[in-house]
Design a binder for this molecule. Structure first.
Ligand SMILES: [Zn+2]
Length: 135
């Protein structure tokens, strides 16, 4: 499980709350100096029940020598549990789809963040483990 600095969590919360009632999504990247940044997906790619991190966000990160460490998205008025679609996106067969990347799901109650869960790949069990943050 990766540890991200507090400002990353604040940026994600802000993005999730301002994008409500649509799903917010984005990526957590780190530059060559070791600084973490949250890249928000543009709002036009958000819907009420589906999200997509546009390829140009990922290509832009690579162009700036940033490496991807996490993906996040919200479940408006939902829990932080991964949906079947989320699990599909997280896997490539029986392996992780993005090795070294953690997945963060943010549940909201109305526009407010209510729970956050972080998923990471566990090589020992060849499966994802998750932890509800702040609990
Ligand atoms: Zn989801």
């Amino acid at each position: 499980m990766q540890t991200f600095p507090d400002h990353v969590w604040r940026d994600i919360d802000d993005h999730v709350e301002t994008t409500y009632p649509l799903e917010a999504s984005g990526a957590i990247v780190r530059d060559s100096a070791g600084c973490f940044t949250v890249l928000n997906s543009p709002v036009e790619s958000a819907t009420r029940d589906r999200y997509e991190v546009p390829p140009r966000v990922l290509i832009g990160a690579r162009a700036q020598q940033q490496t991807i460490h996490g993906f996040y998205h919200s479940h408006p008025d939902g829990s932080s549990e991964a949906s079947l679609e989320d699990l599909e996106a997280m896997h490539a067969g029986c392996a992780p789809s993005w090795p070294g990347v953690d997945w963060i799901v943010v549940g909201t109650r109305a526009s407010r963040v209510s729970e956050v869960r972080q998923f990471w790949w566990d090589d020992a069990t060849s499966s994802y483990r998750s932890k509800k943050l702040g609990s």
